[in-house]
Structures are given as C-alpha cells and as structure tokens.
Design a protein around this ligand. Structure first.
Ligand code: NAP
Length: 257
C-alpha cells in the first residue's frame, strides 16, 4: 500500500497536501516545528526533527512509508540532504517539489552572492536601511554591520534579544504582494533588500517591489543539495505518484544565479 511522507514548510507543500487529501491518498505531513502556529493541513501532522538521516530512515521503515516528497524550502539543505540519504538507506522513492530559482529581469539590480556572510559583506558599513526578509535564524550573519538599520519580517514575534541593535520588526506570514511590499519598503525608507533566491510566487513580492523602486537586491544563491528527482509542480508530483510519468533524475539543484 502507498504511504506518503510530505516534508513541508512552504506554500507549495500546502498546495500538495490539499491535492493528496483530495485524492484520498494515505499521507503524513511533517513540519520542522520552527513556527509557533503552523498553518493547519488537511493531512495527519507530525512535528519536529527525525534525528538526522538515520533517524529519518528508521521513521520511514517503522511507519511503512513508500514515497517521500521533499517540499521543503530550497534553503533547507540539511533536511533535503537527509531525505536523499534516508530514502537510499530505506529503499524508499523520493522526489523533491522545487520551484525554479528566480532569474533577474529588465529593471533588476541584483548583486549575486553565495552565502549570508557574503550578503552581509556586500552591504554598506553604515547608514543603509536594509529589508532583511530571510528568517529569524539567519540574522546573526549581519551582526558585524550594526550601524545599518534593518527591517525584519518574521512569522512570530522574537522571543530572545535580536543580534542586531537597530531594527524594525514586521510580523507577517506570506504569501505577500508587490504593492504591499512596495508600500512597506517606502514607509521604512529602504535602500537595500537582502533575499534568498527562494523562487516561487509567495516570496517574490519583495523582489518585484525592489524592481519597481529601483533598489539593489543582494541575492543569495541556493545551497547545493545531492542529486535527486526534482519536479516543479503539484500536478507533476501527482502524476509521479500514480506512476504515470517517468522523469529523469535532474542534476543537482540549479544555482540561483
Ligand atoms: P534545515 O536546516 O535543512 O534542517 C535542519 C533540521 O530541521 C533537519 O535536519 C531536520 O532535523 C529538521 N527539519 C527541517 N525540515 C523539517 C521538516 N519538514 N520536518 C521535520 N524536520 C525537519 O531546515 P531549515 O532551513 O531550518 O528549515 C526548517 C523548516 O522551515 C523547513 O520545513 C523549511 O521548509 C522551512 N522554511 C525554511 C526556510 C529557509 O530559508 N531555510 C524558509 C521558509 C521555510 P533532523 O535532522 O532532526 O531530522
């Protein structure tokens, strides 16, 4: 019998959960547990890490999982690598639901970097007003540039002291739209945007707004993940599950440059 593990945490994962539930497929949805109030899902839920690749392999076996769909964020590289190794160990089919990286278009002023540290280095030393929409876990990378002002957008209000001294905090959960992000950036007098190359539509608003406002975007390329089957849409994943599509294993994730 088919039993699916869906690794979530993205808008696309929620869309796929809906499709799996509508198709009446047996599936479990997994969250890392990073947010206080995760979005409800139409599937049975489990929350928290598995204990590395070996822990995940054990879970797959004990739960009788036959298919894993990795619909985590393109920057959740540890989870994605663990899924590849665990499925290999447990002999379970794996595919990733991954949106293509954004590409710069006319009007964009992108500065390409490969890491958070490089993104911080690309900012002025002082006086910039930076929209830092990269999640709470990555803020410390910017602690070496304390003389800039940082506008943070977080899902939950911060519980601990922030590693940056001069911030405004916006509590909001995507998807966002370009008009709203343009207004937000204007209200805060933003001069620079730092963005992970997430791809997809849910987080693209800040990049579109930066284009409209003629602001530079420090664009962080995606981390490498091991080779796995990559599908781009919910429909392709459903067809893969039904065994109707024979997709080649795609090369390691395209770098978002
Ligand atoms: P990560 O660094 O790749 O993963 C760190 C550890 O968190 C994993 O080794 C695993 O723990 C656990 N984990 C991650 N995703 C999980 C899931 N869906 N279910 C169960 N355990 C999970 O991941 P991350 O970047 O911290 O991302 C965590 C979650 O936030 C993911 O669901 C991701 O989709 C979402 N997210 C991330 C970003 C981002 O920029 N990184 C942005 C938006 C949403 P064990 O090793 O113990 O199994």
């Amino acid at each position: 019998m088919m039993r699916i593990l869906l690794l979530g945490g993205t808008t696309e994962a929620s869309r796929l959960a809906m499709a799996l539930a509508e198709a009446d497929l047996e599936a479990v949805f997994s969250y890392a547990g990073r947010t206080a109030r995760p979005i409800a899902q139409p599937l049975p839920l489990r929350v928290g890490g598995f204990g590395g690749a070996e822990g995940l392999a054990g879970y797959l076996q004990s739960e009788g999982i036959t298919h894993v769909i990795d619909a985590t964020h393109p920057f959740a590289a540890q989870m994605s690598a663990n899924a590849v190794y665990a499925c290999d160990l447990a002999g379970v089919d794996l595919c990733a639901l991954e949106r293509p990286a954004w590409q710069a278009q006319a009007g964009d002023d992108w500065r390409h970097v490969d890491s958070l540290a490089e993104a911080a280095a690309a900012l002025p030393d002082a006086g910039a007003r930076v929209f830092l929409a990269i999640g709470k876990q990555n803020l410390a990378a910017f602690a070496g540039k304390p003389e800039n002002h940082y506008l943070l957008r977080l899902v939950d209000p911060p519980e601990a002291a922030l590693p940056l001294p001069d911030t405004s905090v916006e509590i909001a959960r995507g998807p966002f739209d370009a008009a709203g992000d343009r207004a937000l950036m204007q209200a805060h007098g933003i001069t620079h945007v730092v963005s992970k190359n997430a791809g997809g539509s849910g987080a693209a608003a800040k990049v579109e707004a930066a284009r409209d406002l003629g602001l530079p975007v420090i664009m962080i390329a995606r981390p490498e993940v091991p080779q796995r089957r990559v599908l781009a849409t919910v429909a392709e994943v459903m067809s893969w599950l039904r065994g109707g599509a024979h997709h080649e294993v795609a090369p390691a994730a395209e770098r978002g440059v």
